[in-house]
Design a protein around this ligand. Structure first.
Ligand code: ATP
Ligand code: MG
Length: 459
């Protein structure tokens, strides 16, 4: 490609490769300025309908002009090759800066503010980015952040959606497809919002979630949600709570944790509604860091802070808090009232009964889950270990994955305390592994036809 000319753009240098295509540095020979050209993979735009939607997206993205957004200049298809021409950004991606440990606290907050402002500006124009990640944010040598790839991510979503719908709805095919998309989803999965991971509609709050992950990554050098495969990562995003950033890295302002936590809420309605509101909070944080002051919090915020702190630092989390509170009330009752002992013992007994009932709630709900899932004919076995359920199936089809997940979602919603349950659907266990799993503690169900082989006893 290098040395060639497409339209009036002369390709000069390779800048990088991503999931959707190859990016080159080129010269716009009419305006005589450097541009970046992303040449899209042909299969992404083979479908005329999709191509039309892509042009439409690109048009609305091109209408947004902001210093923190790499401007879209042009889109075109020539001889079957579709490309997008955009502002060339001389600098490094945030991913690079994180890997090379070039970001300090204030630098990270400054970049976060710029990105949140740019994103907020696009949100006001009703445009959602859909693929905010540290690869799609660059920082120039003078410290200006630029968001890349506005108006492109929809293509990728279409691709995955189609893969999901494809013929047999065979999940393992979707999985391989996701993995072989040159790591696109792999790269993107870690930044997906829970609603994107579930294939639900995205909103501005989805970008807020993804930006929350980038901020977490810049500050701590780590990703909050990780898995061995894209599906595992998506799982972790949907169900796990991130370790507070203030635990991953010490000596951070607690306010930073509050801001990131609000970005990473599972429910989009509990997050910042759009990036501008997030930008306001980040700016306040920056002033505090610079002047060494702490904002005065409202009583509600302080209480929330105390609860978050208790939840992470108290042994047994909420359960520990509840037990400590009950003990405290009992001690106070004994000291300050001349309470009748038999009433006290009765109350304690009653309290213990309630505690037992509540404590067993999870296992009761788990039993109900097993009863329902074991009715699916494709399910061979179910086991449970450390809040993680494994459902072994004949063949991991999308419909099973969706059904099992919606059951778990419903269950987790009704779980008032304790860690949410996660579930893995597996079709890759050998007979031996299955047998071993069924012999270990936690085996909950095994279907008739995969009944354990009894090892032959020597005569
Ligand atoms: N406008 C640009 N100016 C300068 N360099 C760019 C520009 N756009 C992309 N690049 C470089 O090209 C690399 C590849 O970008 P590309 O967008 O294809 O991949 P990606 O961001 O990793 O994945 P995705 O396809 O999901 O966006 C980037 O990491 C960046 O270094
Ligand atoms: Mg990109």
């Amino acid at each position: 490609m290098i040395g060639q000319t497409i339209s009036h753009y002369k390709i000069e240098e390779l800048l990088g490769k991503g999931g959707m295509g190859v990016v080159y540095l080129a010269r716009d020979m009419r305006l005589n300025r450097p541009v970046a050209i992303k040449v899209l993979k042909p299969e992404l735009t083979a479908d005329p309908d999709r191509l039309r939607r892509f042009f439409q997206e690109a048009r609305s993205a091109a209408a947004v002009t902001h210093p923190a957004i790499a401007q879209v200049y042009d889109v075109d298809t020539i001889d079957g090759t579709t490309f997008i021409v955009m502002e060339y950004v001389a600098g490094q991606t945030v991913r690079r800066l994180v890997t090379n440990r070039e970001l300090d606290l204030l630098g990270s907050v400054e970049i976060s503010i710029q990105v949140a402002e740019g994103l907020g500006y696009a949100h006001k124009a009703n445009i959602v980015h859909r693929d905010i990640k540290s690869d799609n944010i660059m920082v120039t040598r003078d410290g200006y952040a630029k968001i890349l790839d506005f108006g492109i991510a929809k293509l990728l979503e279409d691709e995955v959606e189609e893969a999901k719908k494809e013929t047999s709805q065979d999940l393992s095919r979707t999985k391989t497809l996701m993995q072989t998309k040159a790591g696109t989803i792999m790269g993107t999965a870690a930044y997906m919002s829970p609603e994107q991971a579930r294939g639900q509609p995205v909103s501005q709050a989805s970008d807020v979630f993804s930006l929350g992950i980038v901020i977490y990554e810049m500050i701590s050098g780590e990703l909050p949600f990780k898995g061995d495969s894209p599906l595992d990562t998506m799982h972790s995003i949907a169900f796990d709570e991130a370790r507070p950033v203030t635990v991953v890295r010490k000596n951070l302002p607690p306010e930073l944790n509050r801001i990131i936590t609000r970005c990473l809420r599972k429910n989009p309605r509990s997050r910042y509604p759009n990036a501008s509101v997030l930008a306001d909070d980040l700016k306040r944080l920056k002033r505090e860091i610079e002047t060494g002051t702490q904002t005065t919090f409202s009583r509600g915020q302080r209480l929330q802070g105390i609860i978050e702190w208790l939840k992470t630092s108290m042994p047994f989390g909420f359960k520990g808090i509840a037990l400590a509170a009950v003990a405290l009330i009992l001690v106070a009752a004994i000291i300050f009232t001349n309470i009748n002992w038999s009433i006290l013992i009765g109350l304690t007994f009653f309290g213990l009964l309630i505690y037992r009932y509540v404590r067993n709630r999870k296992s009761r709900m788990l039993n109900r889950f097993v009863a329902k899932v074991s009715k699916f004919p494709e399910v061979k076995a179910i086991s449970f270990k450390e809040d993680r359920i494994t459902v072994v199936v004949e063949k991991a089809q999308a419909k099973i994955y969706i059904r099992v997940n919606s059951l778990i979602n419903a269950l987790n919603k009704k779980l008032y305390f304790g860690r949410p349950l996660t579930v893995a659907v597996r079709d890759d266990l050998s007979q031996d592994e299955l047998q071993r799993m069924m012999r270990e503690p936690g085996a909950l169900y095994v279907s008739e036809d995969s009944i354990l082989e009894v090892p032959n006893k020597p005569a």
